[in-house]
Design a protein around this ligand. Structure first.
Ligand code: NAD
Length: 478
């Protein structure tokens, strides 16, 4: 018996959760349910996180969380409960299987069967944003080696367990050479440990286009948080409907399972919503807690129901569908099929399923870290970079010289183009001479001089080399 935490959520949430629980209990799931309240009511009662402290205690104690969609009220500084839960509980891996059910659910891609493994905690979703000048706001893209190693290893272990043949990595490392570059590098390192699984890397833009056009050439896709967020909705939609896909969020200790769609408030309380997305989430949960036979039974019964043409309104299509049903009737139809298997769609076999146990991340020895220079970011509302260079040169120290100025990443001094559009946000790079490294005291000296000259430095960024390899981007055009 596994105790799980259940949140029925908002909108269509309670109806699809009732239907889901009814199906899995009828199939013999050995679960005990601890229900908590999250979402709209909690937000509107003044809790901006949408969840009470006692509910966190229950989630952390039970470790397995089945969650229906919730409504985040607009405005008012309400935080997304999904993002908070993923990060607080260290749910680093988001897994979304996207399969088409041709000819029973309309799709342009009849043989699509791929899984997107998305990094879930880092990237632009770290949510570190600052306005620095009148014209410029920045969002930090944070990528860590442990984050990359954990998700890439998860993707390969998932492929191994579910007999998948290929793992494809999507990044944009031709542009983001440091952040996406690390993800790609870690992918290449870890892929070597799995010689039996094919591996490949695509630049995300052409990769995404290819996925939307010929998804059948992909098997498991592993990618960074933002790309994975966008791509997995596209994949679910082109497979047939976002209403059919579930997802798991897995961490070292806890896990959360859900539908990928939202709370569809306009459909709430009408017994219309399709419970399939949440049911798919529940199947992932049953596999994760080792109840693989029940998971298999539910999934095959669900496939049989889809194949029988018993469809909710969202996937109902005259000609292919046979019977339009409501949420409850759909659940009952799945229950009636519990000992059956589909005959045209491929039945599933989860004999090898169970929680993936991955080694804990081991920190590597620190590299030799040399300070080569510093970027001073300056708020300056004039437009001629040569004038700014004249001012910034007054900060120079012995052996520490202004080497470059960029605006939004493009080099504008020395030898910039007069056509380049400049904002009020300038990066002034100071480098130490070849013979010596910069010191932290010299950075303070540079800043003190800037204050005395009334230059508005809004942030600094140190320029390091790790084990002799410079680890910062050059100016575009440098
Ligand atoms: P949505 O996914 O709720 O709805 C998009 C469209 O799909 C609507 O037309 C809806 O009727 C339909 N739809 C979605 N699920 C369906 C189902 N199971 N059966 C039949 N039709 C279904 O997206 P939205 O309208 O952008 O968001 C509504 C609310 O949901 C917002 O408050 C949003 O913040 C929230 N949301 C929550 C989650 C979550 O909790 N995981 C995810 C996304 C959005």
């Amino acid at each position: 018996m596994t105790k799980i935490t259940v949140a029925k959520g908002d909108g269509i949430g309670p109806e699809i959760m009732d239907a889901t629980l009814k199906v899995i209990l009828a199939a013999g799931a050995k679960i005990e349910i601890d229900e908590i309240e999250v979402g709209e009511k909690v937000y509107l009662a003044g809790n901006t996180a949408g969840i009470a402290k006692e509910s966190w205690d229950i989630i952390r104690k039970n470790k397995v969380f089945l969650k229906a969609p919730i409504t985040t009220p607009q405005g008012g500084g309400y935080k997304s409960l999904n993002v908070t839960t993923r990060k607080f509980l260290g749910l680093y891996s988001n897994v979304r299987p996207c399969t088409s059910f041709h000819p029973f659910v309309k799709t342009k891609h009849p043989v699509m069967d791929l899984v997107i493994v998305r990094e879930n905690e880092e990237d632009l979703y770290a949510g570190i944003e600052h306005q620095q000048t009148d014209e410029v706001i920045q969002c930090l893209k944070v990528i860590s080696r442990p984050g990359c190693e954990k998700i890439v290893r998860y993707a390969f272990e998932y492929a191994k367990q579910y007999d998948r043949k290929k793992v494809t990595c999507f990044t944009k490392d031709n542009i983001m050479k440091q952040t996406d570059g690390l993800f790609h590098q870690v992918f290449d390192e870890i892929a070597k440990e799995y010689p039996e699984i094919e591996n490949e890397h695509w630049i995300i833009d052409i990769g995404a286009a290819k996925m939307a056009d010929t998804p059948e050439i992909f098997d498991v896709i592993v990618t960074l948080n933002l790309y994975g967020d966008v791509l997995s909705d596209v994949a679910a939609q082109i497979a047939g409907s976002v209403g059919l896909a579930g997802s798991s969020n897995i961490g070292e200790e806890c896990s959360m399972f859900e539908a990928i769609h939202g709370s569809a408030p306009r459909r709430a309380g009408q017994n219309m919503a399709n419970p399939s997305g949440l049911l798919q989430g529940a199947v992932l949960m049953l596999n994760h807690i080792g109840q693989t036979e029940v998971a298999e039974k539910v999934q095959n019964a669900w496939l049989k129901t889809i194949e029988d043409g018993i469809h909710t309104y969202d996937i109902f299509k005259e000609g292919t569908s046979k019977q339009k049903v409501g949420t409850k009737e759909f659940a009952d139809a799945v229950i009636a099929n519990l000992d059956k298997k589909p005959s045209i769609l491929k039945p599933v076999n989860y004999a090898k399923g169970s929680a993936l146990v991955l080694p804990k991340y081991k920190r590597k020895p620190n590299a030799k870290k040399d300070l080569l220079g510093v970027d001073l970011f300056v708020h300056w509302s004039e437009s001629n970079p040569d004038e700014l260079a004249e001012k910034m040169k007054k900060l120079e120290l012995s052996g520490v010289k202004l080497s470059m100025i960029t605006n939004r990443g493009i080099k504008v001094w020395p030898e910039g183009f007069s056509e380049t559009f400049c904002t009020d946000h300038w990066r002034c790079r100071f480098k130490s001479s070849e013979e010596k490294l910069l010191t932290k005291s010299e950075i303070i000296e540079l800043l003190t001089k800037a204050v005395n000259l009334n230059m508005d430095v809004i942030k600094t960024e140190n320029l390091y080399a790790f084990d002799g390899k410079p680890a910062f981007s050059l100016g575009q055009g440098q």
